[in-house]
Write a protein that binds this ligand. Structure first.
Ligand code: AMP
Length: 304
């Protein structure tokens, strides 16, 4: 089944306790599409880059079977640039620089061949842009999922609430869930957020795993305890890409299958953090992901 991913393609610079990454490629669409490509052969990206985005990076993505027909190249502008610095615990970070450049007036247009898609993932972008993409997909995809961030809650809450009415699944982190719902308890927050529109909600808790909510059901997946966490950038997008890629590959949007998708997404994300940027993700294999999924099963295996 096809999966269309809309999001940023970027240059990132990351400061972590382990040093500075220099300029590396990143962006929500980059991370999530690479991750999804390990599960599903039909991944299509909609994004925008400037004249400076490396051909080698584009070739790496197409080499993984990802269609870039929906990636606009603006010859007179620079690519989106983000510079972040992690705190010592690697759980929190500050944004030092955001240069929107090509993203400032990004108005994604789905190519004709992208409009009929089974699955749609909207990476972190303005809620108005996300809604315009949903409205271009026809017939309505089987599952529309999106990410968002505090930034949009601060400056575009009304638009965000409108967009939430048109999606099936929201994937956010715990801090964002608390801000969006105005409540501390994540269970209460999940109820309040689902009343805003999405039937399904995933709350990511970084090294503490992820929660999936639907109706009265809750599923919890731990994060794998890792010896080496080098750079968490993109882990959230990698999780979302793996989750959506798994759903697309199985063409099954039941709660039971979403539980498995959460585990596959978590497995993919556990690799992402091992090296700077997309490096580890690029060199990954499906066999390694499957091995890690077995570790997840073992981690939570017990009898009563
Ligand atoms: P994550 O660590 O999963 O939250 O995602 C990190 C990625 O988000 C980086 O590769 C950045 O390029 C990208 N990013 C950061 N800020 C924004 C923004 N305002 N809009 C779109 N993408 C962004």
């Amino acid at each position: 089944m096809s999966l269309v991913i809309v999001g940023s393609m970027a240059f990132d610079e990351i400061d972590s306790p382990f040093g500075n990454s220099g300029k590396v490629i990143g962006g929500s669409a980059t991370y999530s599409s690479i991750s999804a490509s390990y599960f599903s052969p039909d991944i299509k990206v909609v994004s925008v880059v400037g004249y400076d985005f490396p051909d080698k990076a584009m070739e790496m993505l197409t080499g993984k079977g990802i269609s870039l027909e929906g990636v606009e190249i603006k010859k007179d502008q620079k690519s989106f640039f983000w510079h972040g610095r992690y705190h010592n615990d690697l759980n929190s970070r500050d944004t030092l620089i955001t240069e929107l450049n090509v993203l400032a007036d990004f108005n994604p247009v789905l190519p004709e061949s992208f409009r009929k898609t089974d699955f749609l993932f909207l990476g972190n972008l303005s809620p108005d842009v996300q809604l315009s993409v949903i409205n271009q997909a026809s017939p309505r995809p089987k599952l529309v999922a999106m990410d968002t961030m505090n930034f949009w809650m601060d400056i575009a809450l009304d638009s965000l609430k409108t967009t939430l009415q048109s999606i099936d699944l929201l994937i956010i982190n715990d801090e964002e869930a608390r801000q969006l719902s105005g409540t501390y308890s994540l269970v209460k927050a999940a109820r309040i957020i689902r009343e805003m529109g999405p039937k399904y909600l995933i709350i990511k808790k970084g090294e503490h795993g992820a929660l999936l909510f639907h109706g009265k059901d809750i599923f919890f997946a731990p994060a794998l305890p890792l010896e080496e966490v080098f750079d968490p950038t993109g882990a959230g997008d990698t999780f979302a890409g793996g989750f959506m890629g798994y759903l697309a590959s199985t063409n099954d949007v039941s709660f039971e299958n979403m539980k498995r998708a959460v585990i596959y997404g978590s497995a993919a994300a556990s690799f992402c953090v091992e090296k700077f940027g997309t490096q580890r993700l690029e060199e990954l294999s499906k066999a390694e992901i499957n091995e890690r999924v077995k570790e997840f099963v073992k981690l939570v295996d017990f009898t009563v």
